[in-house]
Ligand binder design. Structure first.
Ligand SMILES: NC(=O)C1=CN([C@@H]2O[C@H](COP(=O)(O)OP(=O)(O)OC[C@H]3O[C@@H](n4cnc5c(N)ncnc54)[C@H](OP(=O)(O)O)[C@@H]3O)[C@@H](O)[C@H]2O)C=CC1
Ligand SMILES: N=C(CCC(=O)O)C(=O)O
Length: 454
């Protein structure tokens, strides 16, 4: 057995050395591929059918990357210039599908990690969706609505050449919410004179789906329920620490509160608030108004509610809780944060954000037998309901809130089932990282091998 493990580790190191050489300085992409191959290469060694065909080399090379300039005029009449990308990673099982991110730290390497993760996340949903990701280094923070509109219209003028309802369907992500999707879709419709579902996360009056805004946050909670149930646990009498205060974090908090969980933290890029009494639905409603409409800062919560305290320039993982939901951004929870959570007897960590835990943190949770729900399984609810939005658009019929939520719950249950099937370890243990990576891999690999050398 030790020889087998040594051989697998040697193959993993050799493959990832090639990834680093072929993709210089794209550190987030290296990290995503390393985590994936640490699950898949040992699986390949026991499944000959996948080991030829150069499958991993092909899977870790995007089909194409479009990179383009976006020029726009600010409110002072000055010309501004940003860079944008669309990484169309893999459409083996369906048209490219994935979000658009507007943030100053967006780079090709970040979007390749996001696009790569999206391929296997989308595969786990069971819906016909390939993987892609796009975005720009444009910072929507502090911009007027008109400036955001001008930027979105300029970006879509180029992006529309590369997308379509059967080609590539973008959606939201960090910095791309309802406002941005509306400007992008309006420009796409104008340029093409076609009203088709080429973006998801649209407004309800123009083809959007009920529950899409809530879907990622709700889905993380549904998935976590399955993980706890699988291990004889439940949400009863539990406390949750959450990071972020955007689309994913606020609806994760909402669903947890609905299910009786005490939510005690939320954060943004300036710091976090701790409310020991718990964030209730009334406080959450105030927060949604603050974040989505007034575009305020989380620090204002502590000014509004005297039970809460604001911690500038810190992350919430020092606050004791049973469950941690990182819902902000990549690598926001490192080894020191993981040690703090374990010292406070954390029971489960569920990733609402994409790759929020560093590899060292994930390995530490594994070593300490913390229940760990990885992003490509736990946060797939958003893209799943995006897929359901496409289904509704195709049939030109909208389902009720209950119908969409029921389908979302079924999809999250299906994802959990695949994780159990492919993640079974010794005894009754389940490695959800292996389960998600291998479950996603198998579906994509079957299609790629069937196509031959393509
Ligand atoms: N939207 C979706 O459908 C899905 C999103 N995700 C992932 O969930 C995460 C959050 O996305 P979403 O809620 O949509 O985005 P939002 O823009 O709505 O919210 C992002 C939140 O994260 C915080 N944040 C962003 N960058 C940083 C940073 N560098 N350091 C600390 N905090 C940061 C923001 O704070 P501030 O306001 O200060 O910037 C904000 O509170 C991302 O990883 C995204 O990829 C995953 C699946 C689906
Ligand atoms: N940002 C998203 C949602 C993508 C989508 O809905 O197409 C993600 O899954 O990371």
């Amino acid at each position: 057995m030790n020889n087998l493990i040594a051989h697998a580790n040697e193959k993993i190191e050799m493959f990832n050395q090639g990834i680093v050489e072929r993709n210089p300085a794209e550190y987030e992409f290296h990290q995503a591929v390393r985590e994936f191959t640490e699950s898949v290469i040992p699986f390949l060694m026991n499944h000959e059918k996948y080991s030829d065909g150069h499958i991993l080399e092909r899977m870790t090379e995007p089909d194409r990357i479009v990179i383009f300039r976006v020029c726009w005029e600010n409110d002072e009449g000055h010309i501004c210039c940003n860079r944008a990308w669309r990484v169309q990673f893999n459409n083996s099982i369906g048209p490219y599908k994935g979000g658009l991110r507007f943030h100053p730290n967006v780079s090709q390497g970040v979007l390749k990690f996001l696009g790569f993760e999206q391929v296997y996340k989308n595969a786990l949903t069971g819906l016909p969706m390939g993987g892609a990701k796009g975005g720009s280094n444009f910072d929507p923070k502090g911009k007027s609505d008109r400036e955001v509109m001008r930027f979105c219209q300029s970006l879509m003028t180029e992006l529309s050449r590369h997308i379509g309802e059967d080609t590539d369907i973008p959606a939201g992500d960090i910095g791309v919410g309802a406002r941005e999707i509306s400007y992008l879709f309006g420009q796409y419709k104008r340029l093409n004179n076609r009203f088709v579902g080429t973006l998801t996360g649209k407004g309800l009056s123009f083809g959007g789906s009920l529950i899409r805004a809530e879907a990622t946050g709700y889905g993380v909670v549904y998935f976590t329920q399955h993980v706890l149930h699988q291990h004889g646990q439940s949400f009863s009498d539990k406390t949750a620490v959450i990071s972020g205060s955007g689309n994913v974090a606020l609806f994760c908090a909402e669903k947890l509160i609905h299910l009786g969980v005490k939510v005690v933290t939320l954060s943004d890029s300036s710091g976090f608030i701790h409310d020991p009494d718990g964030i209730d639905l009334e406080k959450l409603h105030w927060l949604r108004e603050l974040k989505f409409n007034k575009r305020g800062r989380i620090s204002e919560y502590a000014q509004q509610f005297s039970t809460a305290k604001y911690y500038p320039d810190q992350r919430p993982w020092v606050i004791p809780g049973d469950m941690a939901f990182p819902c902000a951004t990549q690598n926001e929870l490192d080894l020191n944060d993981a040690k703090a959570l374990v010292s406070n007897h954390i029971l489960v960590v569920a990733e609402g954000a994409n790759m929020p835990c560093t590899l060292e943190a994930v390995r530490f949770f594994e070593e300490k037998e913390v229940l760990f729900a990885p992003a490509k399984a736990a946060n797939a609810g958003g893209v799943a309901v995006s897929g359901l939005e496409q289904s509704q658009n195709s049939q030109r019929f909208a389902w009720s809130r209950e119908e969409v939520d029921e389908r979302l719950q079924q999809i999250m249950a299906h994802i959990h089932k695949q994780c159990v099937e492919y993640g079974k370890g010794e005894g009754d243990t389940i490695n959800y990282v292996n389960g998600a990576n291998i479950g996603g891999f198998v579906k994509v690999a079957e299609a790629m091998l069937a196509y031959g050398i393509a």
